[in-house]
Design a protein around this ligand. Structure first.
Ligand SMILES: [Zn+2]
Length: 375
């Protein structure tokens, strides 16, 4: 009789924005009772695209070359439609809402996604940042031939449909392949931004994700194929209590000439060759609920590059900029804060751990996962 050794398969089940508070519900504890390590994921700097890089390739923003979805260009390439640009910037100054309604027109004329950037400034920003879960970036551990990937972001669908398609795909890999499985869901992030945390919508979608994870792990276990299993997310979300209308680009003269800025929901970056100019901007920022990151902190967080701002400012938890250059109205909840409370924590659950030990960082999670795969 020949006994063939069954190949052990690893499974990584990633759920964008699955918050830790859900795991404290009794129903969740029951579903996850077989898993020996349940930890909080303490998100690092930036939004999902940066946290995904730390989780899946072990690279901080300095190493990947971006923090957020726009990079500053060294040499902006001027193109036409100058009049339209100043008209649109004036309009935005007076009525951000009206400018927002007209954005599809600007985008059509400029053949570009201008988000909500004053068009006078548009040339300064490079929008070619790759989205890690969609791109086939080989630095991410699952983008190689050993893994079957069921990634909702790659289905071309939105919300629940995208997640369901990814789950179906993962089940078919589980049954018909013998590779490791990486699955990524996206819907809970949108639910969190829309309904806030805690909310019934986030809770029920989270319970469904937990059940799928458990069923997949059990199914591998029954076949004798179970290797290391991980359920993880990148962050939770905190409700917004204060909206800040900044529009500093209109209040401090010289924007676009003597200084440049970019700000999204939580981060404000500014560049200038004049230190006096930077001081004027810093004085404005000091009146806001947030902090300018010092050089030690930038080093610790891996954001020392000048392309992330001569000034890099982040709002305190519960605050958000609107309008901002990212192009959306204020959401109900946000993630990406640096100093934060309980609601920002994501999750890290595994069958390979050493017990419940406080929180884990994305970089530590990357190291723990990848060393268990190669071991
Ligand atoms: Zn995320």
């Amino acid at each position: 009789m020949v006994i063939t050794k069954m190949r052990k398969r690893n499974i990584v089940f990633f759920v964008d924005a699955l918050p830790y508070w859900v795991l404290e519900k009794n129903a969740a504890k029951e579903i996850l009772s077989d898993f020996c390590e349940v930890r909080k994921m303490a998100p690092s700097i930036g939004y999902s695209i940066n946290v995904h890089q730390e989780l899946f390739s072990g690279r901080v923003p300095d190493a990947v070359g971006y923090l957020g979805e726009r990079r500053i260009r060294k040499n902006p390439n001027r193109y036409g439609l100058y009049k339209l640009r100043s008209v649109s910037s004036e309009l935005r100054k007076i009525s951000p809402r009206l400018d927002r309604y007209l954005r599809p027109v600007w985008n059509y004329l400029l053949k570009s996604n201008t988000q909500f950037i004053p068009l006078d400034l548009i040339d300064w920003y490079d929008e070619s940042i790759p989205y890690p879960l969609i791109q086939n970036d080989k630095a991410l551990f699952f983008n190689n031939s050993g893994w079957d990937c069921a990634i909702a972001d790659r289905t071309g669908l939105a919300g629940e449909d995208a997640d369901n398609k990814a789950i179906q795909l993962a089940w078919s890999y589980l049954r018909h392949s013998n590779k490791d499985i990486f699955i990524a869901l996206l819907n809970i992030d949108a639910l969190g931004h829309t309904y806030g945390n805690p909310s019934n919508e986030v809770e029920s979608a989270s319970m469904n994700a937990l059940k799928e994870y458990r069923s997949m792990v059990q199914s591998l276990d029954i076949r004798g194929e179970l290797g290391s299993a991980y359920l993880l997310s990148d962050h939770g979300m905190s409700n917004v209590t204060r909206i800040i209308d900044l529009r500093m680009e209109y209040r401090i003269p010289g924007c676009g000439k003597r200084w440049i800025c970019y700000y999204d929901s939580l981060y404000f970056k500014a560049w200038s060759d004049s230190s006096a100019m930077l001081d004027v901007i810093k004085d404005e920022l000091r009146t806001l609920p947030g902090k300018i990151l010092g050089s030690m902190e930038r080093k610790r967080l891996g954001v020392t590059s000048r392309s992330f701002g001569d000034i890099l400012f982040v709002l305190n938890e519960g605050n958000a900029f609107a309008p901002n250059f990212f192009g959306r109205g204020a959401a109900k909840a946000y993630h990406g804060y640096i100093d934060y409370g309980e609601m920002q924590y994501g999750v890290f659950v595994t069958n390979t751990g050493r017990g419940n030990i406080e929180s884990i960082t994305p970089m530590e999670a990357y190291q723990q996962m990848t060393s268990s795969f190669s071991g």
